[in-house]
Design a protein around this ligand. Structure first.
Ligand SMILES: [Fe+2]
Length: 369
């Protein structure tokens, strides 16, 4: 692309002389007889260099320089002042107004060509730099856009994965409890009570959320217990009860051997949620603080929900009765410190109780399961 040079001089003879000197350089010439016309030209046509006379009618070189350089878009366009006034005051003034170079008048051919070529070379570098910056900005913008789209897709797929993750745990837990006709609402309530108690114990939110999911799988081992025992309407024989007790170890074995913290926690819950604080529970008869904390937490949450809801053989108990019955078991069935924490704000417990309501009758033998 041809470089364009604007000659601003009121003397046509001077402009022609410059064109003769620079003709062989292949430049594109624009001409103006004063500063005002020159400003109108640069408004319409981009130029690469201005050769400027100072003494001109209508608008002189000083005024042109002031107006021209006041626009941001012209800051990088070089202006070479051609003047017979070579005194220091003139030089200082035009430099202050933004001029880049001087050529004496009348111009020496070699000097003029050398100055013009040097200024155009600098202008060329600037244009390439500008072009490179524009390309870089476009590239960054394009990559940012791609990244944003990728992030949205990633976020969508993460949400979908999390949804499937929670749904799978819930369905897996329900599949095991289906035979026992335990409702999804019971699983939701007891797992939320467990999370709440974990938070009260000082657990971090991440670990408490993990327990929320792990607690749902506490009875997953029931999948290995015969229906005849699970659904037996009357009291279990001692042999049947021994079989029923196995759901803890069956569950633990289903969940064992995983690197997942969730499944490791769920294994511990499955194994220990029927242990009792005084050592009379099952399957291992562990006592006190030897029982994993998750087991002590889930034991309270599971029994509380069973007592608070109706069963075929009993109505739902009022909160006061549930509290007093469970308090009687403090230090026997339940960890006394955890039980105290659990009941320190019953309004929160009621909120969870009311949020997940049973639509159907449940049958769960709380004595054995
Ligand atoms: Fe159980």
């Amino acid at each position: 692309m041809l470089e364009t040079i604007l000659l601003v001089d009121d003397e046509i003879a001077n402009r022609n002389a410059i064109k003769r000197v620079l003709r062989h350089t292949g430049l594109n010439f624009l001409e103006a007889g004063n500063g005002k016309d020159a400003l109108e030209i640069v408004d319409e046509i981009p130029v690469d260099l201005v050769l400027l006379d100072i003494g001109m009618p209508v608008m002189d070189g000083y005024k042109f320089l002031e107006r021209f350089k006041s626009r941001d878009c012209n800051q990088e366009i070089p202006v070479c002042v051609m003047t017979a006034w070579s005194d220091n005051e003139t030089r200082k003034r035009v430099i202050d107004l933004g001029a880049d170079d001087f050529v004496g008048k009348p111009a020496d051919r070699v000097e003029l060509e050398t100055r013009v070529k040097a200024l155009l070379r600098i202008r060329g570098y600037q244009k390439r730099l500008l072009d490179f910056n524009n390309k870089l900005e476009n590239l960054v913008e394009e990559r940012t856009r791609d990244l944003r789209i990728a992030y949205v897709h990633l976020e969508e797929s993460r949400e979908e994965t999390m949804l499937a993750y929670h749904d799978t745990i819930m369905r897996l837990s329900l599949a095991a409890e289906h035979k026992d006709r335990v409702t999804a609402a019971h699983i939701q309530r007891m797992s939320h009570y467990s999370e709440l108690l974990a938070l009260k114990c000082g657990w971090g939110e991440e670990d408490a959320s993990l327990l929320l999911e792990a607690a749902k799988m506490h009875d997953i081992g029931k999948i290995g217990i015969p229906d005849a025992i699970l659904n037996k309407p009357g009291k279990l024989t001692s042999g049947e009860f021994e079989t029923m007790k196995m759901h803890c170890e069956i569950g633990a074995s289903i969940l064992s051997g995983s690197d997942s913290r969730l499944l490791q926690m769920a294994e511990s819950v499955a194994k220990s949620h029927h242990e009792r604080f005084d050592g009379t529970g099952y399957p291992y008869g562990m006592s006190g603080m030897i029982i994993p904390e998750v087991g002590r937490i889930v034991a309270i949450a599971d029994v509380f929900d069973a007592l608070m809801t109706s069963r075929p053989y009993k109505e739902a108990w009022p909160l006061e009765k549930v509290c007093s019955v469970m308090q009687e078991d403090s230090g026997k069935h339940f960890d006394p410190d955890l039980l105290e924490l659990f009941f320190d704000d019953v309004q929160v417990l009621l909120k969870i109780h009311n949020r997940y309501s049973d639509e159907e009758t449940v049958s769960m033998n709380i004595e054995v399961a």
